[in-house]
Ligand binder design. Sequence first.
Ligand code: UDP
Ligand code: MG
Length: 315
Amino acid sequence: MPKYSLVIPIYNEEDTIAELYRRVSSVMNRLDGQSELILINDGSSDRSLNMLRDLRNKDDRIRYLSLARNFGHQVAVTAGLNFAQGDAVIVLDADLQDPPELIPEMIELWQQDYQVVYAQRTKRHKESWFKRSTAFLFYRLLKFLADVDIPADTGDYCLMDRKVVEILNSMPERNRYIRGLRAWIGFRQTSVRFERDPRFAGEVKYTFRKSLSLAINSLVSFSRVPLLFSTYLGLFSAFLSLLMSILVLYWRIFEVKSPITGLATIMIAIFFLGSVQLIGIGILGEYIGRIYEEIKGRPLYTLAEVSGFTKEESI
Ligand code: UDP
Ligand code: MG
């Protein structure tokens, strides 16, 4: 049984895998116990999977899973957590934006009886202005809206104790925003700070669409405020129309010539009400869509290949 598990999702990372292995294995060699390296191929279309096979032949601390298609980062990490056996499990990105050299520091805190040690970035090097500012705003919004305290500027880079991993694995939800679930679980949590390096090689795999959907997912799974928002919007528009009716009535009775007549007024009122309703329905739809996702009860991922685990299985 390994003491430490390192879980790394891989999606088209052929340019980074060799360097990743070099840096991660040198950290693993220095740890105070046995460790395993779990690599999850998230449906890559490049040579990544072949490279994982080669690594596995070279180093038997390496185990890998290959998902049958691209399921996305959060699901890939979830799959890795399902298979990890260590007493402490460390999740990091493949592109070396999360420096593996931080791991000993995280382990030290774990040994001081912290069950979750997450890495908090103080600076992002060479990421676009757009990415940095949207990320900044998003984390603040999430902190403001979410009903658990999700620390700002933390990614998935973290160490989790066995207990926490077991709980995470037993959570049935399909919609997996791991940072949020991790915060929800509780226990003693602390952070280590680091400066986020630029990607070692290759393109960013989180497209704008993927990032946006992760952001919406996290807001909807950890906050009911958007639902309240549509209620408030409705109340506000009801109040406004009441005010208008009183005004119109007043003009009708006491003024000979009513100042608001004509098409424009009516059009504005119709558009206003129409949009309030559509926004409300849209927000409701986000929640109902998620209920639908949950209720289908499909497995979270399908496995095409598993290698290095005692219980070899493929679904
Ligand atoms: N990743 C994945 N599946 C995806 C997208 C990304 O497994 O659909 C992995 C990717 O290989 C990397 C990590 O998730 O190890 C983070 O991706 P990336 O560096 O592109 O995103 P960032 O968080 O840096 O914006
Ligand atoms: Mg990255």
